[in-house]
Write a protein that binds this ligand. Structure first.
Ligand SMILES: Cc1ncc(C[n+]2csc(CCOP(=O)(O)OP(=O)(O)O)c2C)c(N)n1
Length: 200
């Protein structure tokens, strides 16, 4: 099967991430995956409710699942690259089974392992990320047609009654920022931002 995203506009990760952040008004948590997704999340403007994954591919959705289950009243977003999601695909089945209503996953699909030299991923030619998510049981999985459609889908996710996955077809550009590589600070700021740690 070929990917079904060929009628969708090729967007830009930083632009789309900035549009997401601009729509957040209620201290929603946002988990960035390794590399470009968290670089662009950082560059879009640091928020205390942002978590930036460093080092391991595919952990943005599993971490976001934990946050969504622990704080069901908070809306949680997670950003992941297609290559990283393909490495940790089993998380989709787990999320489908647990059905956190407050979790929205966004896949930035450039069909590349961009940050390690732009090698093509299987999503470039044969694997359809949205079809995979639907097959795993996340029925509310869709490709965003363009930026306006992306914003509409994000708005829809804020009152969704089950987990949602938005596929975004993006260009081959690198992230525009670089997250400060301090895992302890990242964790502590996030825990303060989520209200599970008191300031000194
Ligand atoms: C478990 C693991 N394998 C390999 C790597 C090396 N690595 C880091 S980022 C990356 C590519 C990520 O691709 P994708 O998620 O599609 O994001 P993009 O770089 O395209 O934005 C690779 C292979 C790693 N950090 N961890």
């Amino acid at each position: 099967m070929s990917p079904t995203n060929t009628n969708t506009k090729v967007m830009n990760r930083f632009d789309v991430t900035s549009r997401l952040v601009a729509k957040l008004k209620n201290e929603e948590a946002v988990i960035g995956g390794i590399g470009n997704t968290n670089f662009d999340l950082w560059a879009a403007g640091h928020r205390p409710q942002n978590f930036y994954m460093l080092g391991s591919m595919g952990l943005a959705f599993p971490i976001a699942l934990g946050v969504a289950l622990a704080q069901p009243k908070r809306r949680v977003f997670a950003l992941e690259g297609d290559g990283s999601l393909l490495m940790q695909m089993g998380c989709l089945s787990t999320i489908a089974a647990l059905r956190p209503a407050n979790l929205c996953m966004i896949v930035m699909d450039n069909g590349l392992y961009q940050i390690t030299g732009a090698q093509p991923t299987p999503a470039a030619a044969v694997s359809d990320i949205v079809a995979i998510a639907i097959g795993c049981g996340i029925s509310n999985s869709v490709w965003a047609a363009d930026e306006q459609d992306f914003e509409r889908l994000v708005g829809e996710s804020l009152s969704a009654s089950g987990p949602m996955l938005i596929g975004v077809r993006i260009d081959d550009k690198a992230g525009v920022g670089t997250t400060r590589r301090d895992p302890v600070q990242i964790r502590e700021r996030f825990m303060l931002g989520l209200g599970v740690r008191q300031a000194l």
